[in-house]
Design a protein around this ligand. Structure first.
Ligand code: AMP
Length: 173
């Protein structure tokens, strides 16, 4: 099982959800027992024995592999959600999109100083969402140890928005 086989399983869907976007559909990878296991193994391997206390997963596809990564690392899992979805008191962060702004939230008591966090999403595109998630984590006093993505869309330079943080991307497309 190679990265090339993982990459070949990603389905590019043109003009979804809007014209001009090449959507990276990971559902064929998720549906394959071998590819799913390999993807989780490759996401986790740099972070074993790094003292990760929590994996933060970004709504919604970041929840799927994020929870599996947390299980492999023996860490807790924390969801970052779109505005208005979380039931308890939240910390929130607004960030700019190409047109307009978006807002993500995390429970205000989800993390505390001393916690060591790995932030995960399936895809990093412009990096705005991941950067905002990092701000939320640090705002609660915890440390962003690194980011782990299944796919980095390299042409969009999203990693440059992460302020020099350690970044692991399994596939750079
Ligand atoms: P970003 O532009 O990095 O803030 O991405 C916003 C969110 O949309 C992230 O959760 C990405 O996983 C997702 N996303 C952005 N572009 C794509 C794409 N081309 N294919 C799949 N997911 C995407």
């Amino acid at each position: 099982m190679t990265s090339a086989e993982l990459a070949a399983s990603i389905r590019s869907v043109p003009d979804f959800p809007e014209p001009g976007i090449q959507f990276k559909d990971i559902t064929p990878l998720l549906a394959s027992p071998d590819l799913l296991r390999q993807a989780v193994r490759l996401l986790v391997s740099p972070f074993e024995n790094r003292g990760i206390t929590h994996v933060v997963g970004i709504e919604s596809r970041g929840f799927i592999l994020g929870a599996m990564i947390a299980d492999e690392l023996g860490s807790g899992f924390i969801p970052v959600r779109k505005e208005g979805k979380l039931p308890w008191q939240t910390a929130r962060k607004s960030y700019d999109l190409e047109y307009g702004t978006d807002c993500i939230e995390m429970h205000a008591d989800a993390l505390k100083p001393g916690d060591r966090v790995l932030i995960h999403d399936d895809v990093i595109a412009t990096g705005g969402t991941a950067a905002a998630a990092g701000d939320l984590v640090r705002g609660l006093g915890a440390e962003v140890v690194a980011y782990a993505f299944l796919i980095s869309l390299e042409a969009l330079n999203g990693i440059e928005r992460l302020g020099g943080a350690e970044v692991h991307a399994v596939l750079r497309l």
